[in-house]
Design a protein around this ligand. Structure first.
Ligand SMILES: Nc1nc2c(ncn2[C@@H]2O[C@H](COP(=O)(O)OP(=O)(O)OP(=O)(O)O)[C@@H](O)[C@H]2O)c(=O)[nH]1
Ligand SMILES: [Mg+2]
Ligand SMILES: [Zn+2]
Length: 226
């Protein structure tokens, strides 16, 4: 069962992509694909970086890179840095999803069920331990579950995924899954421009002048070349 099946099951307003900073290690490829998949479904997406309590000063560089790539100034997704362990950032996140039904997705072990438990400690939700050798999760949650948090707010816990498949998205449509490209798509010299190496490309021009993140553009071209 993929995200799409779960989304049909409930009227979902937003996808929360829950990634851990560590244990398991932050996974660019997962996040990139999850954001594309959400965009393809026409869903708003929010990035949640969990396990901030495991981060030290040395991780500041990674944090800044993630923020500038995916957050305001980059792709423009809301980014929340949280810890289910200490509660850091979780009030702000709750404020962000208030009144919405949101579905969580993320790698196994990222802390999706822990977030549910944090908001609703009385709930009998299974939290898994990690494989000590790989620091990966053990696929503890096996089916999707809608947890009502407060009036009109619902959080859908789902089984962790190994990877997000975006194979169903036609190549020429991938550009529409990058929200920061939206403003200039249509301004390219060629109508069917794929923003790779065509002359007069408006997307490429924005990359060159720094208004589209070079890292995000690189993510786009890598996914296009796969
Ligand atoms: N240090 C730390 N550990 C956390 C945090 N959040 C969750 N964990 C731990 O991460 C492990 C996995 O947590 P789960 O909530 O079961 O992860 P999940 O994303 O639901 O995993 P699946 O159900 O397998 O997809 C558990 O050992 C949690 O205690 C956090 O903020 N900090
Ligand atoms: Mg779980
Ligand atoms: Zn173009």
């Amino acid at each position: 069962m993929g995200l799409s099946t779960q989304i049909i099951a409930a009227n979902v307003d937003m996808v929360l992509v829950i990634m851990s900073m560590k244990e398991p290690e932050f996974n660019n490829g997962f996040l990139n694909r999850a954001l594309v998949a959400a965009g393809w479904r026409g869903l708003r997406a929010t990035v949640v970086l969990n396990k901030m309590d495991l981060c030290s000063k040395q991780d500041g560089k990674l944090e800044n890179r993630i923020l500038s790539t995916y957050g305001p100034g980059g792709a423009g997704y809301p980014v929340f840095m949280v810890s289910c362990k200490t509660g850091l950032g979780t009030d702000e996140l709750l404020e962000h999803i208030r009144g919405l039904t949101v579905v969580m997705t993320g790698p196994s072990g990222a802390g999706k069920s822990s977030l549910v438990k944090h908001y609703n400690p009385a709930l009998d939700v299974k939290i898994g331990n990690l494989n000590p050798k790989t620091s990966k999760g053990r696929h503890t949650t096996v089916s999707a579950m809608l947890i009502p948090l407060e009036k009109n707010t619902g959080l859908i816990d789902t089984p962790g995924l190994r990877m997000f498949s975006i194979d169903h998205i036609p190549r020429r449509e991938l550009q529409f899954c990058f929200p920061e490209f939206a403003d200039c798509i249509g301004n390219c010299r060629f109508r069917n421009c794929l923003h790779l190496s065509e002359p007069g490309c408006a997307v490429k021009a924005k990359v060159d002048d720094g208004s589209i993140s070079e890292i995000r553009y690189g993510i786009y071209t890598n996914l296009m070349n796969e």
